[in-house]
Design a protein around this ligand. Structure first.
Ligand code: ARG
Length: 659
């Protein structure tokens, strides 16, 4: 039972009377959980805007509304506060019966959606053979959690790992392989060597690009300096507004100068890194055309060149195996993993199709789609005939619509690609997928403690596994310290500690990612993510284990407890507060889907854990005053444990019985 949804249903017709069907949703959205328990369980703030609209006193409107809505069975108490807030208190008997039915339900009281949709989730999608980084974990973990939540609520989900297996990085690797491969290293660990080759070629390309850019960057700095000097020479006018404007302009100019200097420094660093290394320097001199040549290798691959195709076929499975290891550890599965290469042959059709309906046109030799909302067009074919990332994405939408007739497609990709997706969605909706809802589920950057993008030590896919290893190692320390500190001595043997560390370590990484508002950047810190107190997976897992320890201590057979449940009775205020929170699980899941934000679920779980803590402090369970109360409290504990474990499972995180 979703109490909030039920209340909204009850208010719907009355709100429609006032507002007409068009605005009814925004009024219903004003029914919310109460901020403060003293005012009841839910509040409806719709009387204020309605009063304004109708020219009536909001308090009178509130009274009228309460007169008309039928909520007697759900609410025992209603009142009107302040300017016209409607406060609603859920009826005790009703809450009792709802909690009891949630406890008896293997979906812990969460219903299925009325109108299931078909969702395609495009997530993880790393560029294979290119170092995988923490950003890819973020996409993987957010996408996986959304997939699990959508499925649980009854939607059909196709999880698609849109691997970058066809792009320019393959040309780079092929070029690297042809010129620089260390066969022995390749035999030992193919992907590690391919990854090294990618980085090497990339470094040489960047070297030449930076070297060529030095002159113009220097000129930019001179221009900026002239700007600053010019502004510095201007005397104050005495006019406050003028002077302030001037100071602002000067500040801006100085900022731009600093930025330009920084950019120059970066170019210098890239150049000196190569110049200062004999081997690299020699490579650079031998391969001055490396940027163009790598592009050529990509073009040859796309045209079906036999050697390049063979190399691609040799490299790809190895790269995929490597990525698969990370997915296995993270317990992430996909329904399909077509990747960009799958769509290659459909690309000419995309261009032709867009030309046919007059959406694509030629500009400077390239095929472009011009869109009113954007300054620059979407290029779908370059003048040399090459197709682009966007062309593949259009072909992918075509395919997905034909194959699955999707209602919505979610792209879990970092925020730097937002312009790409805005254009893609505009073109797709204008062309061949007018009705599908397309969302860019964008996310921020993972930062290190200095506020810079987080890099794993070796900066490659191996490094990503190293990051997981490190989390498990730290988790082992946390678990061991906790166990060693137990009043009656340690309880866990080495094997159990290892198992717990595995669940806790991986869980910590995922939860840290999911508990931050996805659109914000966040600082990656092992210590914070494994803290035993606070909004962490470790705390939630600890809370779950604590519930289980109550059963162990009391010799309670869980199967027995569930087979013949005794009624949960909410006598104490802390019991009621806990029960109310347990009932709000389905609301939390609805909130996750509202804007596709898993942190709505982590916030909820954290609130639930806090309510449980305060219940546990105030209400003795095993030493309850009588057997009926004890049984009721045991049921509440069990339901709490089940909701925590279930919520964590929707985040892709496991639990342990003991910690
Ligand atoms: N391979 C891309 C990258 O790593 C992400 C692909 C996202 N999905 C898509 N359909 N464009 O940047």
């Amino acid at each position: 039972m979703n109490i909030l949804a039920e209340l909204k249903k009850r208010f719907h017709d009355v709100m429609a009377e006032y507002a007409g069907d068009s605005d009814v949703q925004s009024l219903l959205d004003m029914i919310r959980p109460a901020q403060d328990a003293r005012f009841g369980d839910y509040q409806a703030n719709c009387a204020m805007p309605l009063g304004k609209q109708l020219g009536k006193a909001p308090r009178d409107v509130a009274a009228e509304i309460l007169e008309k809505v039928q909520i007697d069975d759900i609410c025992s108490h209603t009142d009107i506060a302040g300017p016209g807030f409607i406060n609603l208190t859920v009826c005790q008997d009703w809450l009792n019966s709802q909690v009891n039915s949630a406890a008896a339900d293997n979906r812990v009281g969460v219903g299925l959606v009325k109108d299931p949709e078909t969702y395609i989730l495009d997530y993880s999608s790393p560029n294979v053979a290119k170092p995988m980084h923490v950003g890819h974990i973020r996409s993987t973990v957010i996408g996986d959690s959304l997939a699990r939540t959508l499925r649980f609520l009854g939607h059909k989900v196709i999880a698609d790992n849109h691997l970058g297996d066809w792009g320019t990085q393959f040309g780079m690797i092929i070029y690297g392989y042809k010129h620089f491969v260390d066969q022995q290293a390749y035999q030992q660990h193919e992907v590690k060597e391919l990854s090294r080759l990618y980085r090497l070629v990339n470094q040489l390309i960047e070297y030449w690009k930076s070297k060529k850019g030095l002159g113009s960057q220097q000129r930019q700095i001179e221009e900026r300096m002239t700007d600053v000097e010019r502004l510095e020479r201007v005397d104050p006018t005495g006019d406050k507004k003028e002077d302030k404007k001037h100071a602002k302009a000067l500040g801006r100019a100085r900022g731009q100068l600093a930025q330009a200097r920084q950019a120059l420094e970066l170019l210098h660093a890239k150049v000196t890194a190569v110049d200062g290394d004999q081997q690299l320097y020699a490579y650079a001199q031998q391969h001055p055309d490396i940027a163009r040549s790598s592009l050529l290798e990509t073009a040859k691959l796309h045209e079906g060149d036999v050697t390049n195709r063979e190399l691609w076929e040799e490299f790809l499975p190895k790269c995929r195996e490597d990525i698969q290891r990370v997915y296995t550890r993270l317990n992430v599965e996909f329904d399909v993993e077509y990747g960009e290469s799958f769509y290659h042959e459909m690309l000419p059709g995309v261009v032709a199709g867009l030309q046919e309906v007059g959406l694509a046109s030629e500009s400077e030799g390239a095929q472009c789609v011009f869109l009113e909302e954007f300054e620059t067009p979407m290029i779908i074919q370059k003048s040399d005939g090459a197709y682009l990332y966007a062309t593949t994405d259009l072909a992918t939408i075509n395919y997905r619509m034909k194959e699955w007739d999707a209602d919505e497609i979610l792209y879990v990709v970092d925020h730097r690609q937002s312009e790409h997706f805005q254009k893609l969605f505009a073109v797709a909706n204008a062309w061949n997928a007018p009705d599908v809802k397309l969302h860019h589920i964008s996310f921020g950057t993972v930062l290190d403690e200095n506020g810079r993008p987080y890099k794993t030590r070796s900066g490659d896919a191996v490094g990503l596994e190293g990051l997981l290893d490190e989390a498990v190692r730290k988790a082992f320390e946390v678990v061991s310290a906790n166990d060693d500190g137990k009043p009656n001595g340690p309880e866990l043997d080495e094997a159990t500690r290892n198992h717990i560390a595995d669940v806790v370590g991986h869980g910590a990484i995922k939860y840290a990612d999911l508990s931050h508002n996805r659109t914000s950047d966040y600082v990656f810190s092992y210590d914070k993510m494994m803290a035993l107190e606070g909004n962490t997976a470790t705390y939630m897992q600890y809370c779950y284990a604590r519930v289980q320890s109550i059963f162990r201590k009391g010799g309670v057979e869980l199967a027995e407890l569930r087979r013949s449940p005794r009624a949960i009775v909410l006598g104490h205020e802390a019991e009621r507060a806990l029960a109310m929170m347990l009932m709000r699980y389905s609301e939390a899941l609805g909130n996750v889907l509202d804007e596709y934000r898993p942190n709505q679920l982590t916030n909820y779980l954290f609130d639930l854990a806090k309510r449980f803590s305060s219940f546990f402090e105030q209400c003795p369970v095993l030493k309850a005053e009588d057997e009926a109360v004890k049984q009721s409290r045991l049921q509440l504990c069990d339901l709490t444990g089940r909701v925590i474990a279930h919520g964590l499972s929707l985040l892709g995180i496991g639990v342990v019985e003991q910690m």
